[in-house]
Write a protein that binds this ligand. Structure first.
Ligand SMILES: Cc1cc2nc3c(=O)[nH]c(=O)nc-3n(C[C@H](O)[C@H](O)[C@H](O)COP(=O)(O)O)c2cc1C
Length: 359
């Protein structure tokens, strides 16, 4: 028996609506509540462990690739263990786990800035040996707080601004302040206005987009995270964004958007390290986050652009774009920097309880 076209269309619409509804109902708990944390909520009269746990409210506001939040924490009376949650790795876009460890570095940096602010001296041991343990942070109450209040306040206002940026110069003084607050001997930050580098970077982003958006696995992974409602749209709109990425050819549209964004931006930034290993990525993440907080404190926006570092074909060429800096040839992260034209809203976070390891 032949099935009419109308029936096929009606059944398809019901199937799609069913998928969207099921997806929305199954969206994990994530909310904007994490951003409501108040300094005055610090549990002054509670145990040492409760106080350290409180600091993690700031760690989880860190940026992470696809907002994957690939972290877990174990708190004791005088230390916090920061673990990689490998179940949240972007296995296609971030096969070498570079972005996973950069994201952990960002969370680690927020933790240290918050610890400084609430009067703790912190010392970090990187990769002490236990499986997936990226860092052990030992925290001791300090006599004097050495924290920079500008960085601490910026934790709550920092966000990824993916809008076009104004063609407005950043003063040399502000650039120096940002660089000064985020300098680290093991990590190089290169900020450029060079039009040749910008054009070549744009070409590499276009090339990477073409490769990624013709890969069903990449589209499915990106769709999965979009559908969770963690990267911009939430609820039904998140599911619609997922369906669009997975089933439509959105690559050319994305490339046009990225080209416009790069063209709107006066400054590009590149973070590099000497080695291509996990500890270097964690340290690059710490510098990225410190740089981002310092920029935020001055009203300057930042937008990481990772595409060209995510495909082997384009990754090698990024290092070629930058002036040779002996010993610092591993590009870890690229970003746009400037004054955002429009305000953006925060993205959601998982509740702290979900990322605490409790025995
Ligand atoms: C290592 C890393 C790579 C990122 N790459 C991109 C990217 O390529 N494109 C993008 O739009 N955002 C990128 N982001 C930003 C994240 O998507 C963003 O941090 C996350 O969605 C949380 O949003 P928020 O930064 O506004 O809190 C990246 C962030 C990190 C830490």
């Amino acid at each position: 028996m032949a099935v009419s076209t109308t029936k096929v269309v009606v059944i398809s619409i019901f199937l799609i609506l069913g998928m969207v509804l099921a997806g929305v109902l199954m969206q994990p708990e994530a909310s904007f509540q994490a951003w409501d944390i108040k300094e005055s909520d610090f549990p002054v009269n509670d145990s040492a462990k409760e106080k350290l746990s409180f600091l993690l409210n700031y760690a989880i506001l860190a940026p992470s690739s696809h907002n994957s939040q690939p972290w877990k924490f174990n708190v004791t009376n005088d230390s916090i263990l920061v673990f990689a949650d490998k179940t949240r790795q972007l296995t296609v876009a971030d096969a070498d786990q570079r972005e996973l460890y950069i994201s952990l570095g960002c969370a680690l940096e927020n933790l240290i800035v918050a610890a400084d602010h609430f009067g703790y001296n912190s010392s970090v041991v990187y990769f002490p040996g236990e499986k997936d343990l990226a860092a052990k942070v030992v925290l001791q109450p300090a006599v004097n707080s050495s924290g920079d209040p500008r960085l601490f306040s910026a934790i709550l206002s920092r966000q990824t601004n993916r809008n076009p940026y104004e063609p407005r110069e950043i003063s040399e003084a502000d650039l120096e302040t940002i660089k000064g607050l985020s300098s680290d001997a093991d990590v190089s930050v290169f900020i450029t206005r060079d039009s040749g580098i910008k054009k070549s970077f744009q070409d590499l982003v276009m090339q990477a987009n073409a490769i990624q958006y013709s890969d069903v696995n990449f589209k499915s992974e990106l769709g999965h995270w979009l559908g969770q409602g963690v990267m911009g749209p939430t609820g039904v709109r998140a599911k619609m964004a997922q369906l669009a990425v997975v089933f439509l050819d959105v690559g050319p549209q994305q490339s046009k958007k990225d080209a416009d964004l790069i063209n709107s931006t006066l400054y590009l930034g590149f973070i590099s390290t000497a080695n291509n290993d996990s500890i270097s990525s964690v340290k690059a993440g710490m510098v990225l986050e410190r740089f981002w907080l310092a920029a935020t404190a001055l009203g300057i926006s930042l937008h990481p652009m990772s595409q060209a570092l995510e495909t082997t074909q384009t990754k090698a060429e990024i290092a070629e774009l930058l002036p040779a800096k002996p010993g610092m040839m591993q590009v870890q992260q690229a970003f746009r920097l400037g004054y955002g034209k429009e305000e953006v809203v925060h993205s959601t976070r998982r509740p702290l309880q979900e990322v605490l390891i409790t025995q």
